[in-house]
Design a protein around this ligand. Sequence first.
Ligand code: F3S
Length: 64
Amino acid sequence: MKVLVDVAKCQGHARCVAVAPDLFTLNPDGYNDQPEWPVPEGQEALARRAVNACPERVLRLSED
Ligand code: F3S
């Protein structure tokens, strides 16, 4: 599983890192600018919560 990021739409709300600080790192300006993040085995539920926490709906899950 991985999390895909629509980087152009990130507004820097930082809810993703608040929920899952081990899954994401924001850039120095506070934006999630990496197009995809791997989800380590066992952290799928956390990834789902992070995806749902983004108010801009920037994140989505991919099962690949
Ligand atoms: Fe951006 Fe959403 Fe995270 S707006 S910083 S992807 S909570």
